[in-house]
Design a protein around this ligand. Structure first.
Ligand code: M6R
Length: 621
């Protein structure tokens, strides 16, 4: 099968395509990085280069080779089925070598089509579903004597599954055909169409243009330098005039900005990103909140019988915090579901329900599927997303952007705090509408939220302590993260961070649950990170839990409130965080856990921004 979480790029214009493709692929490597390739056209023959390994490897291998051509496509892959290998890498060529394509998605009826094509004499040299599509385009084109673009269209009508594709042909050396169904695809336009850029994410070509058009589901477009940009439905061919928008975020300035890793940069950006998430939405003087994207829905949302959050991974933990905040402060019943479970467990969804999808990328397949199910059941579906124009942003009835800016590190950090900030804003906005808090209390909480960026700034100063803790436990293979109340989702998030980038087995648990089983695993020296700030309602209980762990000789790392010498005295190591109300505590308490995970990974020599077996956007269910 072909990769399904990959990045695709394309260029049609007047410049040499290869440097643009390499840069685009490098910008997209967060989507996958086990193999990479490009194909260049523009004359009678397509030249292609594809190898197992990174984009850098590809660039090194092809340097000095014939790379000219003003039209080209490229791909960076994250394999799901079939080993990463030169043969499985994209682009894939048709049997006669006249057609090359890159693909992101899964062709579900690949086996049926390949059997049919084999009977027609086609031979497959890779294990990918994508090669099936390349052969099918050639086959249908020859059989019905179709033009290049019509052959692509006809082939796509026949395939089932998901795809974003970019296709070139040596018979039409100035033309690229692109299409999508279920996988993202965006076209960049420069100089009124003398140049076109294609990618899974506008970040790929941010340095060249900020004018983009998103292809809608089941659309195909023909790109030719200096010609009209034409979009039509794959089936039926109904034409649509593409809407060209200017991207607001300054994607062009992306870079590590002096940090060693994107993750590190993103952790340290959080005072700014949390501020950006609140900007123009929170009035700390009046305690009022306005979430423009929800204007038409707030009245009904405030009256909802139930809110159901659907999300995955880190976004799920943010949603659990949303549950705690909305139930406590706005008094609306909330449930939180893993999107991957929600869609298959036949949930009871009522028309009166509000389902809110939380997602950084806006492309997570499980979350998208949960949205579809909720919509089919008649619920109102809202989104909390970071990526503007993403599939989830477009699939929901309305929503709120988190405004954290592009998050490149696979381990989510600033997107999490942005999500929690938006959820806190939502809780306040709902409390305002429902009059569940006194005006004074609402103003106090709004002020607490407003002060969070400064408190994060202060908390980031604990970096040395966090690094030293990471050093002392560098050899540990297991760890526990414990918390209660709002600190419980933070504990789960802290454990996930450690697991995913440093490959240390970590369990996030409600502190009170330890004695119901997991405490059996605590023995001499096992690190137990306990979130024990004194604002938490359950502070005293957490102290008892620390004593229980100590009695089993666990090594306690306590996250405590500045000045809390008593709790600190129980721990082997402490990190002090500023005093904060429970309403915003998670936003501050998570910072040392992000830092500990980051330093653990670097000390253990792990590839922080590109952890093994993971990819930034999980577009496979
Ligand atoms: O883009 P999403 O927020 O929908 O992604 C969901 C998860 O895959 C994601 O949060 C994942 O758990 C994080 N990258 C972990 O740091």
């Amino acid at each position: 099968m072909g990769g399904v979480m990959c990045g695709i790029v394309g260029y049609v214009g007047k410049r040499s395509a290869s440097p643009i493709l390499f840069q685009g692929l490098t910008n997209l490597e967060y989507r996958g990085y086990d193999s990479a390739g490009i194909a260049l056209g523009g004359e009678s023959e397509i030249r292609f280069y594809k190898y197992k390994g990174t984009v850098k490897n590809l660039e090194n291998v092809v340097s000095g080779r014939d790379l000219h051509g003003t039209i080209g496509i490229g791909h960076t892959r994250w394999a799901t089925h079939g080993e990463p290998s030169d043969l499985n890498a994209h682009p894939h060529l048709s049997q006669d070598g006249t057609i090359a394509l890159v693909h992101n998605g899964i062709i579900e009826n690949a086996r049926t089509i390949s059997s049919m094509l084999e009977e027609e004499g086609y031979v497959f040299i890779s294990e990918t579903d994508t090669e099936v599509l390349a052969h099918l385009i050639e086959f249908v084109g020859k059989k019905a004597d179709l033009s290049f673009s019509e052959a692509v269209r006809e082939a796509l009508v026949q395939v089932e599954g998901t795809f974003a594709v970019a296709v070139i042909s040596s018979r039409n050396p100035d033309t690229m055909v692109v299409a999508r169904r279920g996988s993202p695809l965006v076209v960049g336009i420069r100089d009124s169409g003398s140049e076109f850029f294609v990618a899974s994410d506008a970040l790929a070509f941010a340095e060249h243009t900020r004018f983009v058009a998103y292809l809608k589901e089941n659309e195909i477009a023909v790109l030719r330098s200096g010609d009209d940009f034409r979009v039509s439905a794959i089936k039926g061919g109904k034409k649509r005039h593409p809407e060209i928008i200017e991207i607001e975020e300054d994607l062009a300035v992306i870079g590590k900005e002096g940090f060693d890793h994107f993750m590190e940069k993103e952790i340290f950006e959080q005072p700014r990103t949390v501020r950006d998430s609140m900007r123009g939405r929170l009035d700390p003087k009046t305690g009022s909140v306005r979430l423009g994207g929800l204007d038409d829905y707030m009245g009904r949302l405030a009256e909802a019988d139930r809110i159901v959050f659907v999300a995955c991974g880190t976004s799920y933990y943010a949603a659990v915090l949303g549950e705690y905040l909305i139930e406590r402060y706005a008094g609306i019943p909330v449930e939180v579901e893993y999107a991957s479970e929600f869609r298959y467990r036949h949930p009871l969804i009522r028309k009166s329900d509000f389902v809110i999808a939380v997602s950084q990328s806006g492309e997570t397949a499980d979350t998208l599927a949960a949205i579809r199910l909720a919509k089919e059941s008649g619920a109102t579906v809202l989104g909390i997303c970071n990526v503007v124009g993403s599939s989830i942003a477009r699939a929901t009835d309305a929503g709120v952007y988190t405004h954290a800016g592009p998050e490149i590190g696979v381990a989510s950090t600033k997107a999490f705090t942005a999500q929690v900030t938006v959820l806190a804003l939502l809780a306040l906005a709902l409390a305002e509408k429902r009059h569940t808090l006194s005006c004074k209390e609402r103003k106090r909480l709004a002020r607490e939220l407003y002060l969070v960026p400064d408190k994060i700034e202060t908390t980031l100063e604990t970096r040395m302590e966090c690094e030293s803790i990471a050093e002392q436990y560098a050899e540990a293979e297991n760890a526990f993260y414990l918390g209660r109340g709002v600190c419980y989702p933070v504990a789960m998030e802290g454990a996930l961070k450690l697991k995913e980038i440093s490959y240390v087995h970590a369990e996030g648990y409600p502190a009170g649950e330890m004695k119901h089983g997991p405490i059996a695993l605590v023995e001499d020296g096992v690190p137990v990170v306990v979130l024990a700030p004194n604002a938490a309602e359950t502070h005293e209980k957490v102290i008892s839990n620390i004593r229980e762990m100590k009695a089993r000789r666990g090594s306690i790392v306590a996250i405590v409130t500045e000045g809390d010498a008593e709790t600190a005295s129980l721990a082997n190591h402490t990190v002090s965080i500023p005093e904060a109300d429970e309403f915003v505590l998670a936003l501050i308490a998570v910072i040392p856990l992000q830092l500990i995970a980051y330093y653990s990974a670097t000390i253990r020599g792990c590839d922080v921004d590109r952890p093994r077996n993971l990819a930034k956007s999980v577009t496979v269910e």
